[in-house]
Design a protein around this ligand. Sequence first.
Ligand SMILES: [Zn+2]
Length: 215
Amino acid sequence: MRIVLVGPPGAGKGTQAAFLAQNLSIPHISTGDLFRANISQGTDLGKQAKSFMDAGQLVPDEVTIGMAKDRMEQSDAVNGFLLDGFPRNVSQAEALDVALKADDVKLDAVLDLEVPEDEVVKRIAGRRICRNESAHVFHVEYKQPKAEGVCDVCGGELYQRDDDKEETVRKRLEVYHTQTEPIIDYYREQGLVVTISALGKVEDVTARAMEALGR
Ligand SMILES: [Zn+2]
């Protein structure tokens, strides 16, 4: 299966992508991983990406598309893949179509994770991260530490990242609405969109997604 996963920040896309890829035995291809791999391996595309990032500029679509195309052509992706974080705008979606067509393959589905906006804000703005170890993540409502403001794991101080502040989250949602949501309409015209609610437990959302994908 060739799947594109879309959803606003805070929809749990990364987590769902990992579970779905495992259940479907296909690689999970995330833009973040693509960038890290290309930069650490020093590929031409990685060098280009790094020069833009170092200059504080957005990496151009061509570079991102090039990385995604290289990855989709690797042997483990012959029978499918799950794209997470790409395409993120209509021009990337169009370029993806061209790349897939050149390889004579097609997308099977675009899985759209739906979360109400207020829930997104609650999920992200409630996150508290440990100063010692960023993997120690808590939530003021959903995963409260035993003592307020203190990490259960190591005793470190918990804080709210700037990226997680409500105002920033609202801005990220705005970018999602203007840049990424139009790809849902783009794919709807191709009859590919499957929308599911991303509310509830992680495993329930995965089960819902598998059912919607007909698996
Ligand atoms: Zn900690």
